[in-house]
Design a protein around this ligand. Structure first.
Ligand SMILES: Cc1cc2nc3c(=O)[nH]c(=O)nc-3n(C[C@H](O)[C@H](O)[C@H](O)COP(=O)(O)OP(=O)(O)OC[C@H]3O[C@@H](n4cnc5c(N)ncnc54)[C@H](O)[C@@H]3O)c2cc1C
Length: 287
C-alpha cells in the first residue's frame, strides 16, 4: 500500500530564540548571563537572531536543536537524509521489525503513468510475497539443516528452556514448510521469534528503496539551515524536497522568526549550483 509523508516537530530547545540571542550577545558583552537574559525584549531577540544569521556566526545557532518524527518516507530518502552528518538519527530497524505488509513510496512521475504505476505496485506486492517466503523457508532451514544450523538451534533451545529430545520428536512430524512455521509459531513462540529475527535480517535484502521507513532526526539550527539550503533547493529529489519544506513549516509554526532562517540557498544569496542551476529561484527571504 502506498504510504504518506508525516512529519512532526516533537521537541525543540526551550525558548530557542532567547537562547540564540543571549548566546550571541554574550560574545560581545561584559554583563552576566542573568542580566543579559532579563534585558532581552522581543525586538532585541529578533535583531540578534537576524544579525547572527546574516553574519554567519553559526556556532551560536548550535545551542538550539529541533527533533522531527518522520514517517511515510522511503529508504531512498533516509539514505540521503543521513548523509547530513551533523545530526542524530534513530531509524526503525528492518533487522528487528518484521514487515507484515510493507508500505512504499511511489514517485509522482510514476503515478502520472497508470500502467507504470500498476507494474510498480505489482512489483512491491511480489517483493512482500518473496520476503514472507524467504522468512518461512529460512526458519525451516534453521530447524532442519542440522549441519549448518544445528549449533544455533541447540543454543536457542537452551535459552528458551526447551527439552531437545522433546523438540526433536515434535519437529519430526513431517509438514510443509508453511505449516511447520505456523505450528512452530504457536507451539514454540519464543524459539520461533528468535529464529524469525535471524530470518528477517536476511530476507530484508530483497526490499526495494521504495520501502517505507520511520526515523527520528535531531538537528541543531546551524545544521538544519545547511540541510534546508541543500534540500529545499529544486535540485534535491522530489521526496526529500517535500520533507525539507515540511520541516520548515513545522519550525515556522513554533518560531516564525527562526523559520525565516530556513529555506533553499538561493533565498539567501546567489545560487551555488553553477551550471546545474534550475533557473527558477525561490523568492528571497529577508533576514
Ligand atoms: C542535489 C544533491 C545531489 C547530491 N548528489 C550526491 C551524489 O551524487 N553522491 C554523493 O555521494 N552525495 C550526493 N549528495 C550529498 C552531498 O554530497 C552531501 O553529502 C549532503 O548534502 C550532506 O551535506 P553536508 O556534508 O553539507 O552535511 P553535513 O554532513 O551535515 O555537514 C555539515 C557541514 O559540516 C562540515 N563538515 C561535516 N563533516 C565534515 C568533514 N568530515 N570535514 C570537513 N567539514 C565537514 C561541512 O561544512 C558541511 O557542509 C547530494 C546532495 C544534494 C543536495
Amino acid at each position: 500500500m502506498e504510504t504518506k509523508l508525516k512529519v512532526k516537530l516533537i521537541s525543540h530547545t526551550m525558548n530557542p530564540e532567547l537562547v540564540i540571542a543571549t548566546a550571541g550577545k554574550l560574545c560581545y558583552s561584559p554583563s552576566n548571563i542573568d542580566d543579559l537574559m532579563e534585558k532581552q525584549t522581543p525586538e532585541s531577540i529578533e535583531r540578534f537572531v537576524n544579525m547572527i544569521t546574516s553574519i554567519g556566526h553559526g556556532s551560536v545557532l548550535e545551542h538550539t536543536s529541533f527533533t522531527f518524527a518522520i514517517e511515510g518516507v522511503s529508504r531512498s530518502l533516509t539514505h540521503q537524509l543521513v548523509r547530513h552528518r551533523i545530526a542524530s538519527y534513530s531509524q526503525q530497524s528492518q533487522r528487528y521489525v518484521k514487515e507484515t505488509q510493507f508500505e512504499y513510496v511511489i514517485p509522482q512521475d510514476i503515478k502520472n503513468n497508470p500502467i507504470l504505476e500498476q507494474s510498480y505496485k505489482n512489483h512491491m506486492e511480489d517483493g512482500q510475497r518473496l520476503y514472507d517466503d524467504i522468512v518461512d523457508k529460512l526458519i525451516y532451514d534453521y530447524v532442519y539443516n542440522k549441519e549448518q544450523y544445528g549449533k544455533l538451534v541447540d543454543i536457542q533451545l537452551k535459552k528458551c528452556n526447551i527439552d531437545k529430545d522433546e523438540f526433536e520428536a515434535w519437529k519430526n512430524v513431517n509438514e510443509s514448510c508453511e505449516k511447520f512455521v505456523e505450528s512452530l509459531r504457536t507451539s514454540y513462540k519464543k524459539l520461533c521469534s528468535t529464529l524469525e529475527k535471524k530470518a528477517i535480517e536476511n530476507a530484508r535484502y530483497i526490499f526495494p528503496n521504495a520501502c517505507e521507513t520511520k526515523i527520528i532526526c535531531t538537528m541543531n539550527l546551524r545544521s538544519l539551515i545547511n540541510f534546508c539550503h541543500h534540500r529545499c533547493c529544486r535540485r534535491a529529489q522530489e521526496e526529500i524536497n517535500k520533507l525539507a519544506w515540511t520541516m520548515v513549516e513545522e519550525v515556522e509554526k513554533e518560531s516564525p522568526l527562526l523559520g525565516k532562517t530556513l529555506g533553499a540557498s538561493c533565498q539567501f544569496g546567489p545560487c551555488p549550483e553553477g551550471s546545474m542551476c534550475c533557473m527558477m529561484p525561490y523568492e528571497k527571504k529577508n533576514k
